[in-house]
Design a protein around this ligand. Structure first.
Ligand SMILES: NC(=O)C1=CN([C@@H]2O[C@H](COP(=O)(O)OP(=O)(O)OC[C@H]3O[C@@H](n4cnc5c(N)ncnc54)[C@H](O)[C@@H]3O)[C@@H](O)[C@H]2O)[C@H](O)CC1
Ligand SMILES: [K+]
Length: 215
């Protein structure tokens, strides 16, 4: 069985990889985006018009990096931030600089009926507490449209430990889990909102004899 991890365990493994083993967070972001690109390029999804919804943390940075890779592969892609990009973390700002330099198209708002595929890079394992009300409404409306959504790491709105919803969640056809699938994709609402979970190696270095809580 694939090893599942809690949010704390994932953060501990990431911290070990970055601070003890010395791989930079940028490398991990690039690996995550490349892993997602490989899954998308395998032919199972309609890539005629891709919309990447990106948040302001590292999950968003993965999304912005993916938008750049899609654009460089000549796949029509639009990048839309959810939230004010001026408040984004440095990883997102760095990724946006590279994406802009490549000519990735941005949108402020979009009709969710139009894209052939929506990439959910709004929130990942960093989410705690209920989503802002406006975002909850937006996700519920998007779920009604029933467009194809692929979530990066975990669907936005799902508690990575319990699978419960933080007010709402964006329903995915597939979830590309980075390193390890999070416990929440297998539990409660997480199970039905994650779709098919595809786990991808991104080069994380797990400490020897790491004591996983889920056996
Ligand atoms: N750490 C790494 O090197 C890598 C991480 N990967 C990806 O990163 C996400 C986890 O990223 P993180 O920055 O920890 O969190 P999020 O992007 O999920 O959230 C961003 C930010 O949002 C704030 N926040 C939390 N709850 C709320 C709320 N209810 N309302 C509003 N804002 C909220 C909080 O401050 C967070 O910091 C992981 O899933 C991976 O996709 C990579 O895979 C590569 C390496
Ligand atoms: K996500």
């Amino acid at each position: 069985m694939t090893q599942l991890v809690t949010r704390d365990e994932m953060q501990a493994i990431e911290a070990y990889t970055i601070h003890e083993a010395g791989l930079s967070a940028d490398v991990l972001t690039e690996r995550a985006a490349m892993a997602a690109m490989n899954v998308l390029a395998a032919g199972r999804f309609d890539l005629s018009k891709v919309l990447v919804l990106a948040g302001l943390g590292n999950n968003g940075a993965d999304g912005v990096a993916l938008a750049r890779l899609l654009h460089q592969a000549k796949i029509p892609v639009t990048l839309q931030f959810v939230g004010n990009v001026n408040r984004a973390n440095q990883a997102v700002k760095d990724q946006l600089k590279a994406a802009t330099a490549c000519g990735v198209e941005r949108a402020e708002k979009s009709d969710f009926k139009e894209p052939s595929l929506i990439i959910d890079a709004i929130f990942g394992t960093g989410l705690h507490d209920d989503l802002p009300e406006g975002l909850q409404k937006m996700l519920k409306a998007a779920n009604h449209i029933d467009n194809t959504v692929v979530a990066l790491d975990i669907p936005t709105g799902i508690n990575a430990d319990t699978g419960d919803m933080y007010g709402a969640a964006l329903k995915a056809k597939a979830t590309i889990a980075f390193g390890y699938p999070k416990a929440g994709v297998n539990r409660s609402n997480g199970k039905k909102m994650s779709g098919r979970v595809i786990t991808q190696d991104i080069g994380l270095i797990t400490p020897e004899n790491f004591d996983f809580s889920i056996k």
